[in-house]
Write a protein that binds this ligand. Structure first.
Ligand SMILES: [Zn+2]
Length: 93
């Protein structure tokens, strides 16, 4: 038996992932216009620690940058770009 909340959660999750994809597209478009970003990569899965491309470490008490609505890097002030460890695309620079 499916609980109504399960359906709601699934819908919400789809909406969130759609939004995240849109955000990435927007970020890419902005970067093409010269907008600078700071890339954050998860450093430690157990401790919510992230490493920024400007060379700093940040730990969240709970959740990650998305859950905590981090939009800009608090160290260099550039727009935050998350490097998704799961979709490890081969970005050759
Ligand atoms: Zn930074």
């Amino acid at each position: 038996m499916t609980h109504p909340t399960d359906h709601f959660k699934a819908t919400l999750q789809t909406a969130v992932s759609d939004l995240l994809r849109l955000k990435q597209d927007l970020l890419l478009a902005l970067k093409n216009e010269g907008f600078e970003t700071c890339e954050w990569q998860r450093e430690d899965n157990e401790r919510n620690t992230w490493r920024s491309s400007c060379g700093e470490l940040w730990s969240f008490v709970e959740g990650g940058p998305i859950e905590n609505r981090v939009v800009f890097c608090q160290y260099c002030g550039k727009g935050l770009e998350l490097l998704d460890a799961e979709s490890s695309r081969e970005d050759d620079k």
